[in-house]
Design a protein around this ligand. Sequence first.
Ligand SMILES: Nc1ncnc2c1ncn2[C@@H]1O[C@H](COP(=O)(O)OP(=O)(O)OP(=O)(O)O)[C@@H](O)[C@H]1O
Length: 736
Amino acid sequence: MTDSPVGADGAALPPAQGGLAARGLRFLLARWRVLLRLTAWSVLETGQTFLIGYGPARALDEGFLRGRPDVGLAWLAVAGLGVLAGAYGTARVYAAVAALVEPFRDRLVERVVSRGVRSGDAGSLSGLTQQVEIARDTFAGLVMVSRSFVFTAAGALAGLFTLAPPLLLVVGPPLAAGVTLFAATLRPLARRQEAFLVADEALAGHLGTVCPGLRDITATGAEAHVAAATGERVEAEFRAARSLARWGVLRVASLALGGQLPIVLLLATAPWLLAHGVTTGALVGALAYVTQSLLPALRNLIHGLGTSGSRLTVVLRRLATAGSAETGGTDGGGTRSRGVAPRARSSCARAAGPSAGTTQHAEPRPPDTAERQVGPRHAPGTRADGSRGTLPGAKRATEGTPLTPAVPDGRLHTPTVSDDTPRTPTADGRTAPAGHSPPVPSPPALSLSSVTFAYGPAGTPVVDDLDLTLPAGSHLAVVGPSSAGKSTLTALVAGLLTPDRGTIAVGGHPVPGPEAAAARVLIPQEAYVFGGTLAENLAYLRPEPVPEEELLAAAEAVGLAPLADRLGGLGARVDPAALSAGERQLVALTRAYLSYAPLALLDEATCHLDAETEERAERAFAARPGGTLVVVAHRISSARRAGRVLVMDGRSTACGGHEELMRSSALYRDLVGSWAPAPSRRWSEPALSLRDADRVDAVAGPGLAGDGRHVVAHGPMGQVQAPGDLRDGGSLGREG
Ligand SMILES: Nc1ncnc2c1ncn2[C@@H]1O[C@H](COP(=O)(O)OP(=O)(O)OP(=O)(O)O)[C@@H](O)[C@H]1O
């Protein structure tokens, strides 16, 4: 039993704070009147306990065994009255306990609230007041069980002595031994209980963070990473539970010794006791004392002090820790503690490796560093040191195969070379047209063959018989009206959904599969940011520590650098709730940018960014040597940047360059029309193009102003109302 208690992170717990006990004692002494009242009402409970054994003993000895049932019944009635009086006393005891517990709660609330008001941290305030309620309930429970044990034991021992002193000789020693053993194990048990609670909370907190992000974790291929971090916490809780269970055996032993052994001894020594003047009634009364009073009181004490006591210690210690934070305490990361036990902190620091430790205290980024480094220092699929990564899909592309062109039936067929042939990296890191590179065969970055998928067996296919081949280094924009299946397509490629028919391969590896999962990273619209440091967030998808310069270069490339500066550098702790949706997207984008996955799938991952920031991020991804980019676009600019555009609308899928699709796809033209910026009062260039309406084919240009006659255009197909005849020079306004 030498194992020492450890926290969730494996570190030994600090010794219990003696200050808490001293403060508790001072609190109680200041309320001596309440304690006196509590004692007085508890005496009634003692009387009840006394009568539980004494009444039946007298009823037997003086009544039933002597053929005087009336006397026997009278003694039983006395015992019954004792129970009634005891119940009244217990009710008064509750009132006295309330008079003790409520000021305790008030003092804690006062401290916590004044601290919260001063710090202006409403979130932490709410958490702490909850803990105050736990402390109050636990404190009340402790007062009840410890008080009950003391007065019950006093009543029972007094009863045993009154009935026959030899009974005390049989019951007293094992009871004392049991209580002593329990007292000896109390402190180590409490500390193990605390370690278990901390480990349990750490696991629950971790799962609370991880579970809402499961989709993203799967999407970004971070399953193994997260599983390892979760496994650590499960293991920590298992160790704490095992240690607690070992010590729990002693708790059971103390109950057996103090509460159950006396029963055995009373029965075993019955002949001896009866031979030494103990009456049958006294023996029965002694058994009543042990079974009805001492055993339950001892059991309550052991369970109450063993669990509630340690819980109270944990909660009070946290409240005290929160107090030190108020006076300037930090959690080691330079940030203020929020009343959460430091040991329960996320293990991301460990998961991120040594870099997390060094970046926690990182100095703000030197401005020139970012200016000099505008891209990742490595190609996808290679390590930071330039060596090849182990990800099978993370190969450098040496030969580009262009995206297959659209054909009238909407199917995508065999690739042919075009002007949009992607550029692939040369040995010195610059890019050259793929055709000029040595013709080393390489699998396409992404290939879909006859892929069909419907949500449910009877559902209409969202993706229908789709063929698509993307060479490494290419940039594809996926567009389409709402519900066209764009997100479904990215989920299929990411392996989050399984096609009903057809096959998908990423970097030549079948989807689903570990190699394919490692070769792609999906950034969904709702970005997943966790409460670690910025560096931990950014390096999350990298198995090894990432140098600070590389993180900064990535931040600069993607457009995160201003936010990183504002947050206080890479070591700054990130509060996901305090970031805007766009800022969270920038963090998620930079994290994906730093990953080794060559294929990046941006599913409206930039929808909360302004056009300029979106362009910067997309260009950064497109410039990753050998990296392939698939963007679900929601802006015309995004589609224009891509070499190729995939227009989705159920069965009528089309693919091609922007200009080509503007000519050949009515749907694409409609989409482009619906993406046009809202007109302002002063138009400097054509702002409204009406092409597919019945009566008009006009371009609204400079000088147009509303005069009550309206063109209404809404929806991707452009519903048009033209109350005036435009050819007659009617004026236009616009609404919707
Ligand atoms: N989990 C699901 N269960 C059933 N149907 C779904 C599910 N997810 C999506 N769908 C349906 O599949 C179709 C395609 O949805 P998807 O999200 O892929 O479209 P989208 O083009 O990404 O739309 P948007 O541009 O609005 O995000 C829609 O009709 C949608 O209702």
